[in-house]
Every structure is written in C-alpha cells, then in structure tokens.
Design a protein around this ligand. Structure first.
Ligand SMILES: Cc1cc2nc3c(=O)[nH]c(=O)nc-3n(C[C@H](O)[C@H](O)[C@H](O)COP(=O)(O)OP(=O)(O)OC[C@H]3O[C@@H](n4cnc5c(N)ncnc54)[C@H](O)[C@@H]3O)c2cc1C
Length: 402
C-alpha cells in the first residue's frame, strides 16, 4: 500500500460474510467499477469483491492508461464514448484527484492506404459520437513538434486522425477511488483471498469457494482479467479467450513538453508522457499465448528501434523501468460481457490491451445487467453468444498497434 492509499483513503475492511447478493471475483478496474455502480446507481450493497492479490494488482495497475473512443465499429465507438464521458466526471463524482488529463491522440498515417483508413476512422467516429478529424502534416507538427515528419526517411507522416478527447488518468488512483466509493456504501472488498472454486447447484452457480470458507451468492461475476479461462471452466463455460503477455516501459525524465499521445499502427507502437515526465511506450501483445509476467529485452529493443523513426529525441533517453501484464484476448478484439448461459454466472472479459478506458462504462453496464436482469442495449452486441451466432465484432485495427 502506498502513502496515498494509507493516509487518504477511507477504507473499511470487514471479514467475509457467509452470503452476498453479488460476489465479484477480481478487484481490478472492472470488478470494482461493477461494485461501485451497483452501490451508487442501484443501491445494491450486499456485494463481496474477492481479490487474490491486492486491489489493482492485475492489469488495472500495469497499463499505459490511455483513454479514448476512436474505435472502428459503431457499437464500440458508442460504448467507449460512454466511458470517456464517465471518466470526465469521475473525479468530481468520487471526490478524488485521478490525474485525469485530456491530451488528444494522434494516430499516424505513413502511406496513402493508412491515410484513407484514418480518414474513414474520423468519419465513422464523428457519425457515432466520438470527436475525431483527419489532420495534415502541418497540424500534426503543431500538435507535436518533437515528431520527425520524415519518419527517418522511411516512415513519412502523411497525416493523422486526431481525437482531442484522448486522455490519461492515474491507474491506481482510479481503482482505489472506485474501491473507496463502493466500500463506504457497504460493499466488502477482500484482498489476498483467491476464489479457488465455484459452488454449483444443479445447472446454477450458487457461490464461491475460498480459504475463508464457502460463500453463497445470488450472482457470481468473473472479472479476473487474463485468468478467466480457468475460472469460467469451473462453471463449465469454454471461452474463446487466449492469454498473452503485454509489455510497456518508461524512460527517464524528458522536459515536460510532449503534449499528445502518439500512435502508429504501421510502426506498432504508441507513446505518451507521464505526469513525472517519463516517456511511456507500449506496443502489441506477444504473439505466443502465455501466463508469464517476465519482461523481455527483445521487446524494448524492437519498440525503441521503431519509435526512433518518429521520435528521434528519444535516442538521448534511457529505459528506466519495464513491466508486463497478461491480457485476455478475444478473437475479434472486442470485449465479452454479460450472461454466460449458466444461471447465476456472468463475465466481464476480453478486455485485452484496451480495457482501462472501458472501466467506468463496463462497470456501469454490468451493474445495470445485474440489477435489472436485462442486458443493456450498449453492451448487447458484446455478448458471448455472438460467436455461436456468427456475429463477431471484428475491431482489431482499433487496438492501436495492429
Ligand atoms: C502493459 C499494458 C498496457 C495497457 N495499456 C492500456 C491502455 O493504455 N489503455 C487501455 O484502455 N487498456 C490498457 N491495457 C489493458 C487494461 O489494463 C486491461 O484491459 C484492464 O486493466 C482489465 O481490467 P480487469 O479489471 O478486467 O482485469 P485486472 O485489472 O487484471 O483485474 C483482474 C483481477 O482479478 C484477480 N484474480 C485473478 N484470479 C483470481 C481469483 N481466482 N480469485 C480472486 N481474484 C483473482 C487478479 O489478481 C486481478 O487483480 C493495458 C494492459 C497492459 C498489461
């Protein structure tokens, strides 16, 4: 626990009850947001959140914190725009400074084909509610003077889609604010208490098994990030999810003038500057499925090589820190959330490399589903049944690095 959490947060730790109306497995952003919105929007507070490590110890505390809604299919644009809007009001709502900062995101085009794609993205985004425009090289340079528009002679910047609402927020502050908001309304959060099994009554999931005993539940929600295949299998649910490593790193401080977030789908990397002044870089997932948290030198080497074409000033910086998370990747690069076909068991998964931005809307919609028993319109296209119905939500290009 850091000083901010210890000194400032109002957290009430209680022992687990024998039964809850709702048990949420995993205290990452999605589990905690579901608990928070159940308590704040629906008055449902008999909720237990079980976390095997500490709050935010999964990907919610390891990501590069980019928030945006410039997706590639209408249902995703609407959903992520809802999340962008909720993030905008979250500091005021929770009374916590989440270091939310709108910086804008520039998505570079280095070829005519990519420029066409970015123009189309801008049109589609605008049509479905997310502000995005295509801008030429001169405007790109105004927004980010550090960019080499020649791309080292190999990757010229022909333009970019510009999404001014692109933002970042401090990831651990987000999860702790949601935890605090839920706990002060009566939700129990239990750290260091893994769910080891599910209690099945006939065809129904009726609770969870933990080292503190069996806990009965009206509904069990799986929000376990990359570990979902194992938990879902306990309920007899087979998911189209593969777990892959995703890495990121920061450099030492660079003078505080790097304004927007910069991404290139052709060079497979994105970069932004943290509040501390470090340059923060990420890229695509490792191609090989894995549950390993080991970081690799190869990743840093490859990303640096690609980033230097556009950001040559970085050659004077040093890599300070590198880390890894394990991502729940769906085949169509869209989330999977809602009922599973097993009574009493819901999932929020498939958040892959893009789920931090989705935390408020994902939690809000899951809470609505649990409270009303109806699948909300906003998430209906993202149900698990879409794979059986051959209605996949293919949106790979929106992951930013594909
Ligand atoms: C390097 C990296 C960069 C990223 N960058 C971005 C970005 O810029 N923007 C963006 O939108 N997204 C990004 N993401 C993705 C984003 O971080 C995730 O999609 C998101 O945090 C998923 O949240 P979650 O709550 O589903 O999972 P997690 O935060 O992983 O939470 C799951 C929790 O479940 C717990 N758990 C697992 N098994 C059990 C069990 N049996 N019992 C109890 N608890 C259990 C884990 O300990 C964990 O705390 C990035 C991810 C990584 C790794």
């Amino acid at each position: 626990m850091n000083e901010f959490v210890e000194r400032q947060m109002k957290l009430t730790w209680r022992p687990p009850k024998k039964a809850y109306d709702v048990v949420i497995v995993g205290a990452g952003g999605h589990g905690l947001a579901t608990a928070y919105y159940l308590a704040t929007r629906h008055g449902i507070t008999n909720v237990g959140v079980f976390e095997r490590g500490y709050i935010g110890s999964g990907n919610s505390g390891r990501n590069t914190t980019i928030i945006r809604a410039n997706y590639g299919i209408p249902a995703a644009v609407r959903f992520y725009q809802r999340s962008v809007d909720l993030y905008r009001g979250l500091e005021e709502e929770t009374g916590r400074w989440l270091m939310h900062q709108e910086k804008g995101i520039l998505w570079m085009a280095h070829s005519e084909a990519a420029a066409r794609t970015e123009r189309m993205r801008a049109k589609l985004n605008t049509e479905f509610g997310a502000e995005t425009e295509f801008v030429g090289p001169r405007r790109v340079q105004e927004l980010c003077p550090q960019l080499d528009l020649d791309g080292g002679g190999r990757w010229p910047v022909l333009g970019a889609s510009y999404h001014p609402q692109g933002a970042t927020a401090r990831h651990d502050r987000v999860v702790w604010a949601l935890a605090e908001g839920a706990m002060e309304r009566g939700v129990d959060v239990h750290q260091n208490l893994p769910v080891e099994g599910l209690i099945l009554e006939g065809d129904r999931v009726a609770g969870v098994r933990t080292a503190a005993g069996d806990i009965a539940a009206g509904v069990v929600v799986s929000a376990v990030g990359g570990h979902v295949s194992r938990l879902a299998a306990m309920a007899g649910v087979r998911l189209p999810i593969r777990t892959h490593r995703l890495q990121a790193f920061v450099t030492n401080h660079y003078r505080q003038q790097f304004g927007p977030i910069v991404a290139s789908s052709e060079l497979f990397f994105y970069a932004s500057q943290t509040a501390r002044g470090e340059m923060l870089l990420g890229a695509e997932v490792d191609p090989q499925p894995s549950f390993s948290y080991r970081s690799s030198h190869d990743f840093v080497q490859q990303v640096c090589r690609r980033a230097l074409y556009l950001l040559p000033f970085m050659s004077g910086l040093r890599v300070l820190r590198q880390w890894t998370g394990v991502c729940d990747m769906s085949p169509d690069y869209s989330p999977i959330l809602g009922p599973t076909g097993v009574d009493g068991f819901c999932i929020t998964t498939g958040w892959g490399t893009w789920g931090f931005k989705a935390i408020p809307a994902g939690g809000e919609q899951m809470a609505k589903l649990i409270a009303t028993g109806e699948v909300p319109e906003l998430i209906a296209p993202f149900g698990l049944d879409r794979f059986a119905r051959d209605r996949t939500m293919a949106d790979r290009a929106s992951a930013g690095t594909h």
